[in-house]
Design a protein around this ligand. Structure first.
Ligand code: LLP
Length: 401
């Protein structure tokens, strides 16, 4: 059983807000994934978009995962972390020429191709280099992911991927593009998926697609099933490690694999969400006529998920053990959506209390912005912080108060 422990004494020396990553949780999470995939024809490409912090990437790389990237910047970050090109997949609907060139020059494992014009440009750029680009076609399986509409991607009507109705035309083209090597298919239906039946439906579609490709004379070596496994935002401590067992079981049981085929997974959130918290300090308690507000020094600039998707994040007061009261917990940004929670029960809270906003390891730091000209916050890992009284060499003056 693993726990998140907050080293509050050390936190008091650090300038808030900051991201705190519990590396024990991260390592235990990765090990739980490895338990499911090691020894099977399963490969995990960690989705950097969830969190590209180099300290986390190093651990992920050391555990042997590859990378799922959606920009040249992410491809470079993966390479910088030591993830070798043969473990990098590169997706995205709008790959710029320089990004495609980077992928070709580095010899990445695979481009996940999202449209016919993109396929043609990859061919055009690979040809003068005398290189063959390996590609997987990203296909819209038209499966309902049963998650938030903003993060559903596998439906027919979508900017992502190639629709089933276009597939025939794309395959005709693949046959004549000599510097393109079609090695597989790619499917991704959405994110924060907790209903495993969505994945079972997706596997059914993949099985049909396999037959379709075989009828057209294509043998697929690689099946990329994307990412999307959800985490428990309501009770992070009770569910620090996502249910990888149920997730991988679906693919073991429902996919009709051919001999030698390899299944690729692009997990992001489920690997990093629960190891991260956004640590913030209370600036003010403001009492209105009917509500009282906890005003934090962190806002939507550090964690945009509540403002953008009405997402719930568990909030903890790390400093107070007083009886609970009801608050709206808000940030300092000049936007009325800059609210972390309304009618939230917290121990009586005072100026200067430390607050942890949980499950912020995924899509927190990578989606941070400098809106209102705020500084991008620092990040600390448990390995750096624990057992250290403060940062004697780094001289981090506390900006607060
Ligand atoms: N593969 C593809 C093609 C994707 O589009 C995504 C996520 C992933 C893998 C990784 O999905 P994950 O395992 O992390 O669910 N910012 C939103 C989530 C956007 C997800 C975009 N695509 C949020 O904070 O909920």
């Amino acid at each position: 059983m693993i726990d998140t422990i907050f080293p509050i004494r050390q936190f008091k020396h650090l300038t808030t807000p900051f991201y705190y990553y519990d590396l024990e949780v991260l390592r235990a999470t990765i090990d739980a994934v490895k338990q499911q995939v090691d020894g099977k024809p399963f490969r995990v490409h960690y989705a950097l978009k969830a969190n590209a912090n180099p300290k986390l990437l190093k651990i992920i790389k050391d555990k042997g995962f590859g990378a799922d990237c959606v920009s040249g910047g992410e491809v470079q970050a993966a390479l910088d972390a030591g993830i070798t090109a043969d473990k990098i997949v590169f997706a995205g609907v709008g790959k710029a020429d320089w990004e495609i060139n980077l992928g070709i020059d580095q010899g990445i494992f695979c481009f996940n191709v999202e449209s016919l014009p993109e396929l043609e440009i990859i061919h055009e750029l690979a040809t003068p280099k005398n290189k063959t680009a390996k590609v997987a076609l990203r296909i819209n399986p038209d499966v309902q992911a049963k998650t938030h509409a903003y993060i559903t991607t596998g439906l027919e009507e979508n900017k992502f991927g190639i629709n089933l109705s276009e597939l025939d035309e794309v395959l005709q083209k693949v046959k004549v593009l000599r510097n393109i090597d079609l090695i597989g298919i790619h499917v991704h239906i959405g994110s924060q998926i907790t209903d495993m039946s969505a994945y079972a439906d997706m596997c059914g579609k993949i099985n049909e697609l396999q037959l379709y490709f075989e009828n057209k004379g294509f043998k697929l070596k690689h099946i990329n099933v994307g990412g999307g496994l959800g985490v428990n935002y309501e009770q992070p401590d009770a569910h620090l490690i996502p249910d990888f067992e149920s997730y991988f079981r679906v693919f073991r049981e429902k996919l009709n694999l051919r001999p030698g085929q390899i299944v690729h997974f692009e997990l992001g959130r489920s690997i990093v969400a629960q190891c991260g918290s956004l640590i913030s300090k209370v600036l003010y308690i403001k009492k209105g006529s009917t509500r009282q507000y906890v005003i934090l020094d962190a806002g939507m600039t550090e964690l945009i998920r509540p403002a953008l998707y009405q997402a719930y994040h568990h909030i903890q007061n790390l400093s107070s053990g007083l009886p609970a009261q009801t608050y709206d917990v808000v940030g300092p940004i000049c936007e009325s959506t800059d609210v972390f929670a309304t009618d939230y029960r917290l121990p009586e809270t005072k100026r200067g209390d430390l607050i942890a906003i949980r499950s912020a390891g995924a899509y927190g730091e990578t989606m941070a912005s400098r809106y209102n000209l705020r500084n991008l916050p620092d990040s600390y890992t448990s390995d750096e912080v624990r057992g250290v009284e403060f940062y004697p060499n780094k001289k981090r003056p506390s900006r607060s108060f």
